[in-house]
Design a binder for this molecule. Structure first.
Ligand SMILES: [Zn+2]
Length: 230
């Protein structure tokens, strides 16, 4: 007998079939995947993408904003650290700043919100990501900073700078200074200036995926050198 189904019946049958399919997929996947996301290492790294929102940081000759690049670098680094089994916390996850709605006095609110996130994560390491600028456009290459007087921060900075120097062929020292996020963080903490947006060639390179991967892998390698050095 030929049955003429109305469209409601057809939709109902299709929905039942889709539900059955999804349930089957769920059962199959459940057997392969761990019940919940687990990290291999009980070690937390905070990645702090500098600036954000109305604070764009340094601007390149082509108009690229430091805050946008910092976030891309932090997210690439997050992927690299998480793949290696580390627990990662980002201070800033979007292009917006961390200062809330009113923009008056935004910088101090932005910085104290970063401190609050870092304190809550209670990390083993903190890496703040920035891009550099210099009045003379020839200057290029990554530069690492640490908080004056903090020995572990200096050791981490030295390891990172060494790995960068091996890559660039430059003979640069990690530099001491007074930086809020490093001063206020109770773990080894550094600021990595990944390169100079004031250098046209480097500014272009910093915006390519290939160079970003390279710099982020060097940051990961420098961190491993710090963690596993005698
Ligand atoms: Zn910056």
């Amino acid at each position: 007998m030929f049955v003429v189904w109305n469209s409601k019946k057809v939709i109902a049958v299709l929905l039942i079939l889709i539900a059955a399919e999804l349930t089957l997929c769920g059962i199959l996947l459940a057997g392969r995947l761990p019940a919940k996301k687990t990290t291999l290492i009980d070690f937390t790294v905070v990645l702090d993408a500098g600036h954000g929102g109305i604070d764009g940081g340094v601007v390149g000759a082509d108009g690229v904003k430091e805050s946008d690049l910092n976030l891309e670098y932090a997210k690439t680094l997050q992927r690299i650290f998480e793949r290696a089994g580390f627990n990662v916390v980002l201070t800033r996850k979007t292009s917006g700043g961390l200062y809330g709605l009113p923009t008056k006095g935004f910088k101090s609110r932005d910085m104290s919100e970063r401190k609050r996130i870092i304190d809550e994560a209670s990390p083993n390491l903190m890496i703040s990501i920035h891009m550099n600028k210099f009045s003379q456009s020839y200057r290029s290459g990554p530069q690492v900073f640490f908080q004056q007087g903090k020995e572990q921060g200096q050791l981490l900075a030295d390891s990172l700078q060494k790995v960068f120097n091996d890559f660039t062929g430059k003979d640069r020292q990690a530099l001491a200074g007074d930086y809020y996020v490093c001063r206020e963080t109770n773990c080894p903490a550094v600021i990595v200036e990944c390169g100079f947006l004031s250098n046209e060639q480097e500014c272009r390179a910093l915006q390519t995926e290939e160079y970003r991967e390279q710099i982020c892998n060097l940051i990961f390698n420098g961190t491993m050198l710090y963690l596993y050095a005698d």
